[in-house]
Write a protein that binds this ligand. Structure first.
Ligand SMILES: Nc1ncnc2c1ncn2[C@@H]1O[C@H](COP(=O)(O)OP(=O)(O)OP(=O)(O)O)[C@@H](O)[C@H]1O
Ligand SMILES: [Mg+2]
Length: 472
């Protein structure tokens, strides 16, 4: 007898008491499970509410409620309970109907013990599988809730599933995807679902740091390593010891830093500037990029060996176009977020507004959708958000000035800090868009025209989800 089966429960329902007793004895003995009996469907129902069985074996023809009705109730009560129908003479048709209604198996009286034992064993296995699957699904949605991802589309669920499976390992993961598709969110989810999750994840925004600073930030230095190094400094890798480091936008790091990074990934050790003895570190590395790394390798801007080290496992985040069916859910999620933030609990979308969101192209993906909803909450003067309230960065048909006036009027009602941030962000993206339109997407020319370094200009473009190819 399998120890494990002792916590398994079988309920037998039949109005023939001799049959009930005999069957209970056989099943308890041969299947090693706990068995209870009930002489009618009604009594079975009362019992089931407090003693949830794995398998129910029921007669089909009983006074009061018959087996079919009982089956219907049972399926509604808990569809993971597996049912086996017993039929007597002349009830085969009912048994066939029962199978159609979701009964798992049936056998005819009088029956052979062996057959019924076999049927019960299979039925218990089915219940076990169904319940495990249900638990798994619940865990997935819990993961999803915990990770901050919203959406039910197959493509997104597959991605989340992959993240959940990769999370527990220490493998380096490269997260790819267009801008605003949730790469950073994915990295946070990977970290949170790993055993390192309780520690703080260290995020390095690679392009934000100039070459020499990036190197000393990552690996640290010793006093006197260079002019100005007047004390020891631990790098971010050491800070992330025992935790995870996210190298955000890795495509932009200079070759010299790439070489050092390769060493960390290979040897699991770092060498602070000015120190000859390397230090062992236990850091899980996650990297993200929205760029074409293969093309960068071709051009000699990215080390191929580093690419292979990073690319052990790749997760590609879906674009918003690939998860169009999630747009209403996402929009609703952001609506709740910003309604709370701006204290506007009464807002809702009109169906036309949702349709409009689903039809639109979103170059900046989920981040752009999020911004559009943020602005809509600010712009909307009534209680319903209409298509007219939905402005997006890719809107070209609304004259810029009209948008600016309407938008800025709304910012005036916000707290100063928030208003300034909003206006600034709005200004920057219009400014960049304008320059790129004028130069037809030539970033160097646009940067020159604005009196900026090309790299700084690109950094701003990325932050605002603006892509040069959209202007060509
Ligand atoms: N499925 C999702 N559900 C809810 N929010 C999401 C989802 N995907 C992304 N977001 C939100 O969209 C915004 C952009 O996500 P994130 O910063 O992770 O994207 P990214 O790919 O790193 O963007 P970028 O390329 O601009 O750096 C964040 O506010 C994030 O919380
Ligand atoms: Mg990012």
């Amino acid at each position: 007898m399998d120890q494990h089966d002792l916590d398994k429960k079988v309920l037998i329902v039949d109005d023939e008491l001799d049959m009930l007793r005999m069957l209970a004895k056989v099943i308890a003995k041969k299947c090693g499970v706990e068995v209870e009996t009930a002489p009618s469907a009604h009594e079975a129902m009362v019992k089931i509410e407090s003693w949830i069985p794995d398998v129910v074996i029921t007669d089909i023809k009983m006074p009061g409620m018959d087996g079919l009705e009982f089956l219907e109730w049972l399926t509604r009560f808990d569809s993971t309970i597996t049912t086996i129908i017993m039929t007597g003479y002349g009830t085969i048709e009912m048994a066939v109907r029962a199978l159609k209604e979701g009964a798992y198996d049936f056998f005819e009286k009088p029956f052979e013990n062996e057959k019924i034992v076999h049927a019960v064993t299979r039925a218990m296995e089915r219940t076990r599988l169904l319940r495990e699957n249900l638990q798994l699904q619940q865990r997935l949605t819990e993961n999803q809730r915990a990770s901050g991802f919203v959406g039910k589309s197959r493509r997104l669920c597959q991605t989340l599933d992959l993240l959940a499976r990769l999370a527990p390992s220490n493998a380096t993961v490269l997260i790819r995807g267009e801008s605003g598709t949730g790469k950073e969110l994915a990295a946070r989810a990977l970290h949170a679902m790993s055993k390192r999750g309780r520690r703080r994840m260290v995020t390095v925004n690679c392009p934000a740091l100039p070459e020499h600073i990036l190197e000393s930030e990552l690996f640290g230095y010793r006093k006197g390593a260079f002019t100005g190094a007047d004390s020891d400094k631990d790098g971010l890798f050491l800070e992330a010891d025992g935790s995870t480091i996210l190298l955000d936008e890795i495509a932009d790091i200079p070759i010299s830093v790439q070489t050092k990074l390769l060493r960390v990934l290979q040897e699991k050790e770092i060498q602070p500037l000015g120190q000859t003895r390397p230090i062992k570190v236990d850091v899980r590395v996650l990297a993200s990029t929205n760029q074409d790394l293969e093309a960068k390798i071709e051009r000699g801007e990215f080390r191929e060996d580093l690419f292979y080290r990073l690319n052990v496992m790749t997760v590609t985040m879906p674009t918003l176009a690939e998860i169009v069916n999630d747009i209403p859910l996402l929009a609703q999620h952001f609506l709740e977020l910003y309604s709370k933030e701006y204290d506007r609990s009464d807002l809702e979308f009109t169906p036309e507004a949702l349709q409009c969101l689903m039809r639109r192209t979103w170059k900046g993906n989920i981040r752009e959708l999020q911004n559009a909803i943020n602005q809509a909450v600010l712009l909307c003067s009534g209680t319903r958000i209409t298509p007219g309230d939905l402005i997006s960065d890719s809107d070209v048909d609304i004259p810029g000035e009209a948008v600016a006036n309407r938008t800025q009027a709304c910012f005036l009602h916000l707290p100063y800090k928030k208003a300034k941030e909003e206006v600034l962000s709005y200004f920057t993206s219009s400014y960049l868009t304008n320059a790129l339109t004028a130069t037809r997407g030539n970033v160097s020319a646009a940067a020159r025209q604005c009196g900026m370094e090309r790299q700084a200009f690109q950094r701003l473009m990325r932050r605002h989800g603006i892509k040069s190819e959209d202007f060509r």
